[in-house]
Write a protein that binds this ligand. Sequence first.
Ligand SMILES: CN(C)c1ccc2c(c1)CCN(c1cccc(-c3cc(Nc4ccc(C(=O)N5CCOCC5)cn4)c(=O)n(C)c3)c1CO)C2=O
Length: 277
Amino acid sequence: ISHNSISTNSSFNHNEARWEVDPEELVLGEELGSGQFGMVLEARWREKRVAVKMVKEEAMSEDEFIEEAQVLTKLSHCKLVKLYGVCSQRNPPCLVLELMENGCLSDYLRARKGQLSPATLLVMCLDVSEAMAYLESLKIIHRDLAARNCLVSKNNEVKVSDFGMARYVPDDLYTCSMGSKFSIKWSAPEVIKYSKFSSKSDIWSFGVLMWEVFSEGRMPYEHNTNTEVVEALATGLRLLRPRLAPDALYLLMEGCWRQKPGDRPSFAVLLHELASL
Ligand SMILES: CN(C)c1ccc2c(c1)CCN(c1cccc(-c3cc(Nc4ccc(C(=O)N5CCOCC5)cn4)c(=O)n(C)c3)c1CO)C2=O
């Protein structure tokens, strides 16, 4: 038996795993952009247009990647970007995802400034809250919910993407990005102080996401540094009501930004309140 027919580098034969995509079936196309883990390309797979996300080795260990992918392929919700499968026999390994033709929500909002009605903006918030209520029910924490991490389909539905992936970004990258600019403005106080992530810290981020949507993609606290934001939050200051947001909606946003995690609503409750606006 030739040595390479006995797979010594993994505990099972990938070909039989149903989450394994045969690289021969993937026809790679244009680049869609690049994220923390590497390049994302459009591709064709089994008559479908898909997105293929390369996963740079240094971003996460292969075992973590395969283990995570097994979990993510089991998740199914109309407002979560679907993971069809993984190609772990390729180098680098890649994720085969549902293609979201209109790209990320923050760019989409900015490109359509002045063209989206409050009713449309509310539906976007509802879409995200549905996906997050589903993740909450499965005790899955996103850790980096923001408009930049949501995607828009060709029929303008908003879906949540890259949930839970923040765990795999090398600490130095995230802490420095936490330190430098990225997620501080979306992070709950207990995350900033003690890295205490929960669905209640996701709710805080969702409040900021609702502010982004009704601000048509503006940067929250755009004239403040991270340090100024942390200090302002500690004194009770919060983001102001966006012009397009009804008072009743702004009340829900404020509920997401209560100091104590326990005082914030769950996604299940918030979804219900948004739907009745
Ligand atoms: C740790 N965290 C929170 C992470 C980790 C990785 C990533 C992210 C967060 C979020 C960003 N990201 C990332 C990077 C690159 C691509 C994708 C990305 C982009 C898609 N689609 C499109 C479609 C069109 C365009 C486009 O160019 N335009 C311009 C013209 O008008 C239409 C839109 C861009 N993206 C898509 O379907 N998926 C699944 C992923 C994604 C989303 O996946 C990541 O890869």
